[in-house]
Design a protein around this ligand. Structure first.
Ligand code: NAP
Length: 251
């Protein structure tokens, strides 16, 4: 009998999956039975991650290079993923960066780069997969937003805009493709221990901890668990939502 929330027979693309939250997502989807494409800028790390996943789960995992902000690069990656894995059922738009600074000092290049990777990257990947997903009348698109996109964060006008934009994008696309069996949802992590948060000043870490009722920082696995749930067939009546996985930080 098929296991509850099994992803057997499914295939997934996870962007920014060489490390951090994306890596945990790729590992978890594979552990539930999905073949995965580990997409990242850095091929050495992506290949290492893909090999680790195959070794741990016995499931096919491949590494593919792409800069999600570049449409040609994304289209080539999707083509190669379809050639190698057959079809794509699940897309996780996880690749994201921060370039923090107060607005008075923020460089235009830092605004553009964050919006191009975090928001346009999700558009590029989703657009490339919309047609094949519509044709197969099945798809799961999951966008990794942030609590910063829900509440706004000082020093992050670029990042908060990109993550709030992803929430709007999620809802709009959910309305466009719902009738074709495709769900589109967002996950908004709170403070998660990764390279992205490692170098934050101690006072910000302390403040974040105080604001988190669960009394701990999140782990990449906490986010991966939520993504695996939304990626499953059983979640077919959940679309357009933003699932906050933040230990209660924002409510
Ligand atoms: P991370 O450790 O920095 O990992 C992000 C990965 O994305 C890296 O491997 C990075 O590659 C890759 N990447 C960056 N730009 C890319 C591009 N243009 N094309 C393809 N891949 C690219 O970050 P994380 O903490 O795991 O965050 C993952 C996602 O969760 C992000 O969207 C982030 O905004 C979101 N999030 C994180 C937290 C948190 O507390 N950590 C909270 C809320 C939301 P390089 O190493 O080569 O740059």
């Amino acid at each position: 009998m098929r296991q509850f929330l099994s992803l057997e027979g499914r295939t997934a693309i996870v962007t920014g999956a060489a490390r951090g939250i994306g890596k945990a997502i790729a590992e978890t989807l594979a552990a539930r039975g999905a073949k995965v494409a580990v997409v990242d800028l850095r091929m050495d790390l992506a290949e290492e991650t893909a090999s680790e996943i195959t070794a741990a789960s016995g499931i096919e995992a491949i590494a593919l290079e792409a800069d999600v902000s570049n449409r040609e690069s994304v289209n080539a990656m999707i083509k190669s993923a379809v050639e190698k894995l057959g079809k794509i059922d699940i897309l996780v738009n996880n690749a994201g960066i921060t370039r923090d600074g107060l607005i008075m000092r923020m460089k235009e290049a830092d605004w553009d780069m964050v919006l191009d990777i975090n928001l346009k990257g999700a558009f590029n990947c989703s657009q490339a997969l919309a047609r094949p997903m519509m044709k197969q009348r099945y798809g799961r698109i999951i966008n990794i937003s942030s609590v910063s996109g829900v509440t706004g964060q000082a020093g992050q006008t670029n990042y908060s805009s990109s993550k709030a934009g992803l929430i709007g994008f999620t809802k709009a696309l959910a309305k466009e493709v719902g009738s074709r069996g495709i769900t589109v949802n967002a996950v908004a992590p709170g403070f998660i221990e990764t390279v992205l948060t490692h170098d934050l000043p101690e006072e910000i870490r302390e403040m974040s901890m105080k604001l988190t009722p669960m009394g701990r920082f999140g782990t990449p696995q906490d986010i991966a668990n939520a993504v695996a749930f939304l990626a499953a067939e059983e979640s077919s009546f959940i679309t357009g939502v933003t699932l906050q996985v933040d230990g209660g930080m924002v409510m």
